[in-house]
Ligand binder design. Structure first.
Ligand code: PAF
Length: 284
């Protein structure tokens, strides 16, 4: 695997590949890689000629400075994992490389996605994500962009970003990879202690309860039951809600036909976890 730290080195290399019609698949990450990232790399590999991964802990997307400081950094292990998964190129830039003149003063018009759910609880987060991904896309210029469904709202934001910046990259969303007890893989799971790790599975249990018991009509009693599951696991929710899977508009009733998604964000101790489950059309 080739490792680049500077744009002045990676850009001509990738340009050269492009001229030779090599189809590139890009997996942007913030490191602390787990099996979810590995599955993205493998998917990128199977659907492209050249797999490029980036590790950049983007400071501008952390609304909580404590969260940024605590974000796990495991570069040596990450490189090992990427080598093992067959990644071809790793881009490992510094913040100065990504934001040479400081943070760009652009506002991305991502509409209501900016202020609902994750946007409401993490002000500025999605603007930060757009800043980093826009910059990385300009540098890597991939044909395909691979992201995980665990960050459902982020995937919708990036879809919007791609059209805002007229990027030719096609977004490919890969299924969430889970631990055997259902907990969605996340770099933040590393910060859970043994007891917290066991209880964290409550998020998946609350979401699967919704998926199992959902019926057309009012969703409020079911959401109350799901909140109880979180409480039983000592999880403190920012939200647990059901929304239209295409627009993310929250809904309190269901017609039994619209594709919807159950989404949750909750604190286990000091660690904030998110997850979601899509409920297909005509499920009930
Ligand atoms: O999902 C992430 O790890 C980050 O939000 C991303 C897409 C790499 C942007 O910094």
């Amino acid at each position: 695997m080739l490792i680049f730290k500077r744009i002045s080195d990676i850009a001509p290399f990738l340009q050269n590949q492009k001229q030779r019609q090599v189809v590139s698949g890009f997996v942007p990450t913030m490191g602390a890689l787990h099996q979810g990232h590995v599955s993205l790399v493998k998917k990128a590999k199977s659907e492209s000629d050249l797999t490029v991964c980036s590790i950049f802990v983007n400071p501008t997307q952390f609304n909580d400075p404590g969260d940024y400081k605590q974000y796990p950094v495991t570069v040596e292990q990450d490189i090992y994992q990427l080598e093992k998964s067959g990644c071809d190129v790793l881009f490992l830039p510094s913040a100065d490389e990504i934001y040479p003149g400081g943070v760009p003063n652009i506002h991305y018009d991502i509409g209501y996605l900016e202020t609902i759910l994750e946007g409401a609880y993490r002000p500025g987060h999605f603007q930060g994500v757009c800043q980093a991904v826009h910059r990385l896309l300009d540098i890597v210029q991939p044909d395909r962009l691979f992201m995980g469904q665990k960050d459902y709202q982020q995937c919708m934001v990036i879809k919007r970003l791609l059209s805002l910046i007229n990027s030719p990259a096609r977004l490919i969303v890969a299924e969430t990879v889970r631990e055997p007890d259902g907990l969605a893989m996340s770099s933040r799971n590393m910060r859970l202690n043994g007891e917290e790790r066991k209880l964290a599975t409550g998020i998946y249990r609350a979401l699967t309860l919704i998926r199992r018991q959902i019926r057309p009509g009012s969703l409020l009693p079911l959401l109350d039951e799901a909140k109880q599951v979180l409480a039983d696991h000592q999880l403190k929710p920012d939200y647990i809600t059901i929304a239209d899977a295409g627009t993310l508009e929250e809904t309190e009733t269901w017609d039994g036909k619209t594709e919807i998604v159950a989404l949750a964000a909750a604190f286990m101790g000091k660690v904030r976890l998110i997850d979601n489950l899509v409920i297909p059309r005509n499920f009930a």
